[in-house]
Design a protein around this ligand. Structure first.
Ligand SMILES: Cc1cc2nc3c(=O)[nH]c(=O)nc-3n(C[C@H](O)[C@H](O)[C@H](O)COP(=O)(O)OP(=O)(O)OC[C@H]3O[C@@H](n4cnc5c(N)ncnc54)[C@H](O)[C@@H]3O)c2cc1C
Length: 142
């Protein structure tokens, strides 16, 4: 794979892949979309094998990848896989910036500015936040 490969994310399968800065290792993983929400942090090797299989089918050059190690972590997912950003509808002065799934680090600098705008000015001109309001889930039965 080229050394400067950007993060590749396949929303259909949940697979993601990116080359580490060293150019020698690849981080390959995904979200287990079928696990019931909870706090389990045990690596399910069968899931890892599924991600490997999907990677080989999607990006054939990954067939040469040697499996070094696995780890797992808890990811917070909203029902539409998009974050919640804005003032809590029923709690004035309480600001939400969560539900970033597996993308929270890379979004953090921009989200910090957006939330600072909301706190200091009560609005932001940087992006349209209407798709990220908490109340979009108001009529959703979970
Ligand atoms: C395996 C894995 C790989 C990832 N890889 C990437 C990546 O490559 N790039 C990327 O951009 N993002 C990645 N992410 C996502 C990124 O880690 C998260 O989006 C980001 O950490 C979210 O930051 P946060 O501050 O919103 O929430 P968190 O980091 O989850 O922080 C929330 C904090 O609140 C605390 N807390 C929770 N409930 C309470 C409570 N009731 N009272 C007090 N404290 C509480 C928690 O203990 C925690 O410290 C990955 C996530 C995982 C799990």
């Amino acid at each position: 794979m080229p050394q400067a490969t950007p993060l590749i994310l396949d929303l259909a399968s949940g697979l993601y892949l990116h080359q580490e800065a060293s150019g020698k290792t690849v981080l390959l993983g995904g979200t287990d979309q079928y696990t019931w929400p909870g706090f389990e942090e045990v690596v399910d090797k069968s899931m890892a094998e599924d991600f490997f299989q999907t990677a080989m089918e999607t990006i054939p050059s990954t067939i040469n990848i040697k499996w070094l190690r696995t780890y797992t972590g808890i990811c917070e997912q909203t029902p539409d896989f998009h974050p919640i950003i804005g003032e809590a509808p029923e709690l004035k002065g309480f600001f939400l910036a969560n539900g970033f799934s597996g993308c929270g680090f890379m979004h953090a600098p921009a989200i910090g500015r957006i939330v600072a705008d909301l706190i200091l000015q009560g609005k932001t001109d940087r992006i349209d936040l209407s798709s990220f309001q908490l109340d979009r889930f108001a009529n959703l039965s979970l």
